[in-house]
Write a protein that binds this ligand. Structure first.
Ligand code: GCU
Length: 682
């Protein structure tokens, strides 16, 4: 029957290679759980499901008095004296969520031990171990010591209480508020399990455009029920806090963060929440942005607002994630500069339990943006990065775009703030400026669709987000490799072409949507499909024409020193590179420069021809993706195969739609013919 993708990357298919399967079986003749917590029970269950699926039923016993080759797992204090000595050094190398997986021999008997300082660390180790089997790795002589490099690894659900999801394209919200707290949907458990398998340790349940009702007792009771489900999986719950909540649900006359009544209202609210949910993570806040209330409504600033909330949750160990996604109404100059201008002067003023959450780029989750200039520019403030896993600007859940390469490109970007090698990854993992509180947020692409993400392929983006939040230095090629093997097949003839197609999918999308540094030229409002002509909004910076500035002379936003000087917000080395049209990487050309239509690109083509050829290249890559996928029918169950095929066909059609509309539109300004090699619009 149909495989609808519900099982994500936890498919645990029978290992086809007989010899490999037998070698795994002889290494794991039984599993021995140590400890009796809910988390250890979950780890045991996962092993049973995974091993049964991959190695076949009937061989596995669970035995505490083992005499066979066994897989032993438990946290430090639950390990028997006979084996604990093997791990003394290892425990010093891991943090609270880390794990060690090591093969040891005790009294002639081989043991594979998975251990950590906490049961959740052990659970992560168990998932890591299962992944080794899923990807057909050798397990004979293991010695793995791993810890997550970031502390807060959270999904941000932009889910509303009526179960709609802002910018969600995979059905409705998975939180069934109506039937909570008493009805626990199996989805919550499966969600927690999937997140634990990739190390995600937090979830913000509600939209950043927040509804104060979530903070009322009626809802807190429901949130508690979810927190209780998630806790043994190592997942903490967070909520968005609407800044005007003291007025909306508290009956106060103001929400001024310096008002004594407001301060005590939030303190009381925090205490109420923590009484129900002792490990509540804290609040995520969007303030004074796109019409959301905030401290500026009272003549106060971001520091006043964030610190007031930080004080309310501090006694309970909570944190505040305060978003830097702000821009004033009608930023006549340059919206790209606003977050930096508003926040950088506050460096050093936020309380210790505040993380400033910064989008990966200075505009808004475009197919490609240069890294946000705030990274590296606030050395006294912990900054967390926010990626958008849901594809608001990248073809929603219809287009198959592997976002890991986008994430990786940003993380690898060099801010030069402390000389060469000051990458964004080093800013957010705290190593550049010695920060303890670190994090990564991903705007979730999860919904009620049976396959969670509306498109099986986009499960890879949830997966890669988790892997990169665990280790922001991972490579997309390795992540893709793992995901393909765990989700579909270990067959080389399948893995290699699919990996190649994944790794080029994002560049293809950049090419057919916004090549050479173009950005924000999507359709009005919903952002699906092309709309470079959009000029209908009163707010200038919501219009495409604001961003591309095409005219008869050329195209692109001059952010150089002759224009808005947004380049000035980067470290001098980076600013110089972007500022000079000759050294500015061509991927960012039209982001930083207004360029004449006949400007010569590095490949010798005029800008107009080069742009047209890029659009064509994007279309051609999608055509190749369709072809590749079509050739792989035998490797995938028919349901997942057909779904992907239909989606890729749509993507191909729409890549042409993008190419034709953008080129016809820009041609009005360039007044030049399409070059050879670019299909004429029909
Ligand atoms: C984008 C998106 C909004 C969202 C906002 C945010 O502008 O279109 O729907 O609320 O980002 O990140 O706050």
């Amino acid at each position: 029957y149909a495989n609808d993708g519900y099982k994500l990357w936890l498919q645990y298919r029978l290992i086809g290679d007989e010899a490999l399967r037998q070698s795994y079986q002889s290494n794991i003749q039984e599993v021995v759980p140590l400890g009796d917590s809910k988390t250890i029970e979950i780890a045991l269950h996962e092993l049973q499901v995974g091993l049964k699926g991959m190695l076949g039923p009937g061989y596995l016993s669970v035995d505490r008095e083992s005499i066979k080759n066994s897989l032993v797992f438990g946290r430090k204090e639950n390990l028997p004296q006979t084996i604990i000595g093997f791990f003394d050094k290892g425990y010093h190398q891991i943090n609270e969520e880390g794990f060690i997986i090591r093969s040891i021999t005790v009294k002639g008997k081989k043991q594979l031990v998975i251990t950590g300082k906490t049961d959740v660390g052990v659970l992560y180790g168990v998932h890591h171990f299962l992944r080794l089997l899923q990807t057909n790795q050798a397990i004979g002589e293991l010695n793995i010591v791993e810890s997550p490099k970031l502390k807060v690894r959270v999904l941000n659900h932009w889910d509303n209480l009526d179960r709609t999801v802002e910018r969600g394209y995979s059905g409705g919200s998975i939180w069934d508020w109506h039937r909570l707290p008493d009805y626990i949907d199996q989805r919550y458990i499966d969600y927690a399990r999937a997140n634990a398998s990739i190390g995600i340790n937090g979830t913000v349940l509600t939209n950043v455009n927040a509804n104060a009702l979530i903070l009322t007792p009626q809802y807190i009771e429901k949130v508690k029920a979810l927190a209780d489900v998630f806790r043994p999986y190592g997942i903490r719950v967070y909520l968005t806090a609407r800044f005007s909540a003291p007025m909306e649900i508290g009956g106060l006359k103001t929400a001024d963060p310096l008002d004594a009544g407001v301060i005590s209202w939030w303190k009381g609210k925090a205490a109420r929440i923590y009484a129900e949910i002792p490990d509540f993570g804290g609040f995520l806040v969007k303030a004074n942005s796109e019409g959301q209330p905030g401290p500026q409504n009272y003549g106060r600033n971001h520091v006043d607002g964030a610190n007031m909330l930080a004080d309310a949750v501090a006694p309970f160990g909570g944190i505040i994630m305060w978003r830097a996604f702000v821009y004033a109404e009608n930023s006549s100059d340059d919206r790209a500069k606003e977050a930096y201008s508003e926040f950088v002067p506050y460096d050093g003023q936020f309380k210790d339990n505040v993380l400033v959450q910064v989008k990966n780029g200075p505009i808004d989750f475009q197919p490609r943006e240069p890294f946000h200039p705030m990274f590296g520019a606030m050395p006294k403030t912990p900054l967390m990065i926010e990626f958008q896993i849901t594809q608001e600007y990248l073809g929603c859940s219809t287009h198959s775009v592997f976002l890991s390469t986008l994430f990786e490109e940003v993380l690898e970007s060099d801010t030069y703030r402390k000389g060469k090698g000051s990458t964004v990854a080093k800013v957010i993992d705290g190593s550049l400026s010695n920060k303890k509180l670190t994090g990564m947020a991903g705007v979730s692409n999860i919904g009620t669709d049976r396959n969670w993400t509306g498109n099986v392929f986009l499960q890879a983006n949830w997966y890669s987000f988790g892997r990169l939040a665990w280790n922001p230095y991972m490579k997309s090629a390795d992540i893709a490799d793992e995901w393909i093997r765990a989700t579909f097949s270990n067959d080389k003839a399948f893995v290699q072409p699919v990996k190649a197609f994944m790794l080029q999918s994002r560049e293809a999308t950049v090419n057919y949507m916004t090549p050479l540094g173009l950005h924000h030229i999507m359709a009005a409002g919903h952002h699906y499909g092309p709309g470079p002509w959009v000029d209908i909004f009163e707010r200038a910076e919501w219009n495409s024409v604001y961003f591309h500035k095409a005219d008869t002379l050329g195209v692109g936003f001059d952010r150089s020193t002759t224009g808005s000087n947004a380049v000035g917000q980067y470290a001098p080395e980076v600013a110089r590179m972007f500022n000079d049209i000759n050294t500015c990487p061509e991927e960012y050309l039209l982001w930083f420069h207004h360029v004449p239509w006949n400007y010569r690109l590095k490949n010798g083509q005029s800008l107009w021809n080069g742009m047209a050829l890029k659009y064509q290249e994007g279309v051609d890559t999608v055509a190749a993706m369709v072809k590749t996928w079509s050739s792989l029918e035998g490797y995938v169950d028919s349901q997942r195969f057909n779904e992907m095929k239909m989606l890729l066909d749509i993507q191909y059609k729409e890549a042409k739609w993008w190419r034709d509309s953008c080129l016809l539109y820009f041609q009005r300004f360039s007044k030049m013919e399409l070059p050879e090699g670019v299909e004429k619009p029909t």
